[in-house]
Design a protein around this ligand. Structure first.
Ligand code: ZN
Length: 110
């Protein structure tokens, strides 16, 4: 390791600045491959969240915006357990390698 190299925060490879210019962000140095992957994942999660309607918005507020539960209850007019249940459903819908092959409304009925 010398001055011209860095360790990618994603794949932990040691890469050279000149050959693989890193993307520097809050996560540290990330190689071009990893930062591209992260962007694609973010776009995919975004798309899936949109399929979940109001539950997607709640999940975004809960996980990404870190709103406290009490505030979510007021904002969406649901009880705490209802909020947590919806977040759980939504997360189970958006997680996984592939998109679910049924709409969110169907998914929640199973
Ligand atoms: Zn990497």
């Amino acid at each position: 390791m010398n001055d011209n190299s860095y360790t990618c925060n994603g794949c932990r490879r040691v890469l050279s600045y000149s050959d693989y210019p890193p993307v520097v962000g809050t996560e540290g140095h990330t190689c071009p491959d990893c930062s591209k992957g992260a962007k694609e994942i973010a776009a995919e999660v975004d798309w899936r969240l949109k399929q979940c309607g109001i539950d997607g918005e709640i999940t975004l507020d809960y996980h990404t915006n870190k709103l406290p539960l009490i505030q979510l209850c007021e904002k969406y007019d649901y009880s705490e357990s209802e909020i947590l249940h919806r977040v759980e459903l939504c997360v189970s819908y958006i997680e996984g390698e592939k998109r679910k092959d049924i709409p969110y409304a169907e998914w929640t009925k199973r």
